[in-house]
Design a protein around this ligand. Structure first.
Ligand code: FAD
Ligand code: NAD
Length: 475
């Protein structure tokens, strides 16, 4: 029997934007309904951030075991040849996503949020249908997320069974492909391509831009390029994938190389990771009188600094509203919107949003880079500290991949405006970096904060000392 539900807050989508918004709304005593068509947790928990990091971790452990088996471990470890039971790896990864998804269900329940399973289709700005049921809300938070972009000549194979796959299928393969071509060497391509190389695949990258990771500056991506060279990964830049053909069980990818020549590559899987587009189709957005951002072909919903759309009482958050398409941005917006609806004075004006790429080595970028500071005409000073001079980095292997911490500050006040780093296992340092910028810290603040020894975090203090002109552990 169909029902007509009403609520103060209706959230559509349970990714890190939607579920956080719903929990916070519930905590604030707002009568809240969350509608989700898939599993609770959205892209991030189910087929994005978390499963990819699980695969990356498993790949790292496997590579270490192989190194030990080859007897080439510098530490002096040796072991028998490891056996990879990839089905078990995938089952372990699924176990983690299941745990997190049921954790989200528990948190929603504790906050008093009603969860409705199904696909929401809006009749008008405040009313949607989910199957036979109708939901009418005073406030609506749209958090429908994004999906992988497909390339014209390389449509994704149905059910992931064919050669061309997206990140979703790449996180659910039954075996490691012998030869993997990755089209697009951005965040997803690099993270997964490196993981599959460690798991034993032969990997080729086809990247349209002139460098890998074009979103990061060259000093930051250089250690990743070195890793790829050292691990026999083929990287074709200024190149475009065109089509895939199948013959007798193997597949052939045709791409146009940097000289404009068509080149053929045999492969088992082609992973297309050329960006993501917001989910704006198939749920009645056109019935809601909402404006879109004119740039980028109008794919993003237009919101102000409170995530309000053009329709009163309708908010949009996360991947749906533009770059950066990152989980922590979506969550921050979700929490903020719930508080705004509850009557609190909030706006979305972060001093910085950290970007972390889980490659080998990892890259962290917070605030402005030297090139961006120059473009903005800022008078700045910078300091750099290399992992090779950090004791903990030498013991953890962070120093092996090369890399550094770099800190930028305004010349007149010493206020920190950017911190970037590249190094193995350094993603956890992003917290200190972004805190420094958000709290308006100066070089003196970081240099004068006693950092525990021996830790990787001492490199941030040393980079600040270097920017001040008196580093202790470098010249
Ligand atoms: P989503 O997480 O996309 O959730 C949207 C939800 O809405 C989905 O569950 C969908 O089923 C549901 N939905 C859509 N329409 C409807 C409807 N009409 N009715 C009902 N339900 C609907 N970001 C990071 O910050 N760090 C990372 O390490 C990272 N790694 C990633 C790795 C991969 C492989 C991918 C693909 C992405 C990664 N991201 C990462 C990006 C991150 O996943 C997204 O930025 C984040 O999930 C966006 O959150 P969201 O809440 O906007 O939407
Ligand atoms: P991306 O924008 O990071 O990279 C896409 C790459 O594909 C770019 O290098 C681009 O030059 C290239 N490209 C575009 N068209 C091409 C073509 N026709 N042929 C060859 N190359 C082409 O996109 P993504 O890797 O798909 O990731 C999508 C988003 O997901 C990211 O922007 C990021 O916001 C998010 N994400 C974040 C993380 C993280 O935080 N660690 C990890 C994964 C994904």
């Amino acid at each position: 029997m169909s029902e007509h539900l009403t609520c103060e807050v209706l959230v559509v989508g349970s990714g890190p934007g939607g579920y956080v918004a719903a929990i916070r709304a519930g905590q604030l005593g707002l009568d809240t309904i969350l509608v989700e068509d898939g599993k609770l947790g959205g892209t991030c928990l189910i087929r994005g951030c978390i499963p990819s990091k699980a695969l990356i971790e498993a790949a790292e452990k496997y590579e270490q075991a192989i190194t030990n088996a080859k007897g080439s471990s510098e530490i002096g470890l040796s072991a028998d040849s490891p056996i990879l039971d990839f089905k078990k790896t995938i089952a372990w990864k699924d176990g983690i996503t299941e745990k997190l998804s049921s954790g989200v269900a528990g948190l929603l329940k504790a906050a008093g949020v009603r969860v409705v399973s199904g696909w929401a289709v809006f009749e008008n700005a405040k009313t949607c249908l989910v199957g036979d049921d109708k939901i009418t809300a005073t406030n609506v938070i749209l958090a429908t997320g994004s999906k992988s972009v497909a390339l014209k000549g390389l449509p994704f194979s149905k059910n992931g069974k064919g050669p061309v796959i997206s990140s979703t299928e790449a996180l659910d393969l039954s075996e490691v492909p012998k030869k993997l071509v990755v089209v697009g060497a951005g965040y997803i391509g690099m993270e997964l391509g490196i993981a599959y190389r460690k798991l034993g695949a032969e990997v080729t990258f086809i990247e349209a831009a002139k460098t890998i990771l074009p979103g990061f500056d060259k000093q930051l991506s250089a250690p990743v390029s070195k890793w790829l060279r050292d691990h026999d990964v083929d990287v074709q830049t200024n190149s475009f994938a065109q089509s895939v053909s199948a013959k007798g069980g193997t597949h052939t990818l045709t791409y146009t190389d940097k000289d404009g020549k068509d080149v053929k590559l045999s492969c088992h899987k082609v992973l297309v990771t050329v960006g993501r587009i917001p989910n704006t189709q198939g749920w009645g957005l056109e019935n809601m009188a909402i404006d879109m951002v004119p740039e980028n072909n109008g794919i993003f919903i237009k919101v102000d600094d409170k995530c309000r759309t053009a329709m009163r009482g309708v908010y949009a958050i996360g991947d749906l509203v533009g770059e950066p398409m990152l989980a922590h941005k979506a969550s921050a917006q979700g929490e903020m919107v719930a508080e705004i609806i509850a009557g609190k004075k909030r706006s979305f004006q972060p001093a910085a949003i950290p970007a972390v790429c889980f490659t080998d080595p990892e890259i962290v970028s917070v605030g402005v880079t030297p090139a961006e500071a120059k473009d903005k005409g800022l008078a700045f000073t910078q300091g750099k500290f290399r992992w090779a001079a950090n004791g903990r980095a030498l013991t953890t292997g962070t120093a092996e991949g090369g890399g550094f911490v770099r800190i930028l500050a305004l010349k007149d006040t010493g206020r920190i405006i950017g911190i970037q780093a590249v190094g193995r296992h350094i993603s956890e340092l992003s917290g200190e970096f972004v805190l420094a910028i958000e709290m308006n810290a100066t070089l003196q603040d970081i240099a004068g904060t006693i950092h525990a020894h021996p830790t990787l975090s001492e490199a941030t203090m040393e980079a600040a000392l270097s920017a001040l002109g008196h580093p202790i552990h470098s010249v």
